[in-house]
Design a protein around this ligand. Structure first.
Ligand SMILES: Nc1ncnc2c1ncn2[C@@H]1O[C@H](COP(=O)(O)OP(=O)(O)OP(=O)(O)O)[C@@H](O)[C@H]1O
Length: 323
């Protein structure tokens, strides 16, 4: 099997490629694998490179070296190619995908990752494109959407841009009138936001669905009703830590404002004439509707050896390939 490292030099806070490339060369040499290193040159280039690498039909393992956006591009590029496995080398800002598996450290241990095995995992297909972990809509996505604008202001760093974007989002009209069709159930009401989760975590560590399993053929839908600014301030800390849920149930303190379902498909339509911001693995844009469904076992994701030996909600062990 060929090992191809697709490196995004602009992901994360600094260009990681300078330090990463020598580590890749050393790890690949020590593991004695046939490898290649490719750098992305522009947005979307990761999709093209992954497509080209998988097109020959030979077994190939692609390492997406960057953040969640780079992983998303590589997964899009190989979607439908049974010969391609995908690994994540987390060098981005949020790196939410690997949080499902205990965090970045084992994935940055390249020899551990090269020795890893592929696990068949679900993806989310939406009418806006694929998502690996979470597709969300509403206030949280609106905050993420606003950050780049504030980052363009001189001396405005990442944390200040995030705070200014929150301030802007909560100063405007809160919530949307939505019609949500979750499988066969239709729910109409005023909602602050919703998260459709294959994985547990997004937005740099917000744990929307702590029990989400990435290979059970189901998605966790978390709906937050329209609430006051004071209630948002109370909820936000618990939502970040996943304390709004108790196992598969909504925690008693939040049962009047949060709904949770396990679903295969979702249709969302805005009924108030205002577009709602949607984010897929961190890529944001406003839409008036969204269609999404689970793609069971659509990707072969490589997990480091040490992660495969750990019990995690994100992973059912019976789908490990190559064993
Ligand atoms: N050479 C390049 N120049 C400019 N943009 C690029 C280049 N290569 C890739 N990109 C784009 O960089 C964007 C950001 O990458 P990525 O999401 O991996 O990093 P991040 O935002 O730092 O991490 P995270 O999403 O985990 O917070 C992606 O949308 C990708 O399309």
């Amino acid at each position: 099997m060929r090992h191809v490292f697709i490196v995004n030099p602009v992901s994360g806070k600094a260009d990681a490629s300078g330090s990463l490339v020598p580590k890749i060369i050393q790890a690949a040499a020590r593991q004695g694998v046939d490898y290649e290193i490719l750098l992305t040159e522009r947005p979307g280039h990761g999709v093209e490179l992954a497509q080209q690498q998988a097109a020959a039909g030979e077994p190939v393992r692609l390492y997406a070296c960057g953040g969640d956006g780079t992983l998303n591009e590589v997964l899009r590029g190989v979607y439908g190619c049974k010969n391609a496995q995908v690994a994540c080398v987390p060098c981005g800002s949020g790196n939410d995908f690997v949080r499902n598996f205990g965090g970045s450290a084992p994935f940055l241990d390249l020899e551990n990752l090269i020795q890893g095995e592929a696990v068949s995992m679900d993806l989310i297909e939406t009418d806006q494109g694929l998502a690996a972990a979470i597709c969300s809509a509403g206030l949280d996505a609106q905050v993420a959407y606003g950050i780049p604008k504030f980052r363009r202001i001189p001396l405005c760093g990442g944390s200040m841009a995030y705070k200014l974007s929150i301030l802007q989002a909560v100063s405007g009209p809160l919530g949307h009138r939505l019609r949500i069709c979750a499988d066969d159930e239709t729910i109409t009401g005023d909602f602050l936001m919703l998260a459709l989760c294959n994985g547990s975590t997004y937005g740099g560590g917000f744990m929307a669905a702590p029990q989400a399993c990435m290979n059970d053929g189901l998605l966790e839908l978390v709906l937050v009703r329209k609430i006051s600014r004071l209630q948002i301030a109370r909820l936000i800390g618990d939502y970040q830590k996943g304390l709004h849920m108790q196992g598969d149930q909504v925690a008693p303190a939040y049962r009047d404002i949060i709904l949770a379902r396990k679903v295969r498909s979702l249709r969302l339509d805005t009924l108030d004439g205002r577009p709602i911001v949607v984010t897929r693995d961190g890529e944001c844009a406003p839409y008036s509707s969204l269609r999404a469904h689970v793609l069971p076992a659509a990707a072969q994701i490589v997990l480091p050896r040490s992660v495969l030996n750990t019990e995690l909600p994100a992973l059912r062990k019976d789908t490990i390939l190559n064993r």
